[in-house]
Design a protein around this ligand. Structure first.
Ligand code: FE
Length: 192
């Protein structure tokens, strides 16, 4: 009787062990990424116009943009919406790297030009190149502001103000949702 009980327990533990092994070989449980920091070209499979190297100006219809952008990016990039302060993924990001337009991949800012603010949006004192962005007069909401749009695809990025730090005195106040961040490789000094 004692032997049968021992045998039953042994078989039970073997079955549990095998079940555990089987579970480990299956699909891993989904992980929750709260702050997706880095986006690459390969992560834009639905947007054939996205390029980190092609600087050719893009002129696409609203219908095409709606098709190739995620709804959240589309709302800010094409309709000029503003994300809620402190809600974006980059407002307090400090990693070294490069920020690209999330709609078309155009290179916009280096982390070296990013500075800490209390406004709740990622802020930079200069762009990577003078023509990285274009400027438009914005008189909406009873205010006179300067809108900043992507120099390649004209996506709305945010606004620029004259209360930034040296050396430019500018504050490019951007929406995180229309930025993609690519961290520098460990040995890289970043694009010049
Ligand atoms: Fe763009």
């Amino acid at each position: 009787m004692k032997f049968i009980s021992y045998l039953a327990r042994t078989v039970f533990f073997i079955l549990v062990f095998m079940a555990t092994l089987s579970a480990c070989n299956g699909a891993p449980p989904p992980t929750i990424t709260q702050k997706p920091i880095a986006m690459t070209e390969k992560q834009h499979p639905a947007n054939p116009y996205y390029s980190r190297t092609d600087t050719t100006s893009l002129t696409l219809s609203d219908a095409v943009w709606k098709e190739v952008l995620t709804p959240a990016v589309y709302e800010v990039a094409r309709h000029g919406s503003t994300e809620q302060a402190f809600s974006g993924k980059y407002w307090d990001a400090e990693a070294r790297g490069t920020y690209f337009c999330a709609a078309c991949g155009n290179k916009l800012f280096r982390s070296d030009a990013k500075f800490a603010t209390t406004c709740g949006w990622p802020s930079f004192f200069e762009t990577v190149r003078p023509n990285s962005v274009l400027y438009r007069k914005d008189s909406s909401f009873g205010m006179e502001r300067t809108e900043v749009v992507c120099g390649r695809c004209k996506a709305h990025l945010g606004h620029v103000f004259d209360d930034g730090p040296p050396p430019t005195g500018k504050r490019f106040c951007m929406n995180s949702i229309v930025l993609d961040f690519e961290p520098d490789k460990p040995s890289s000094k970043g694009p010049q």
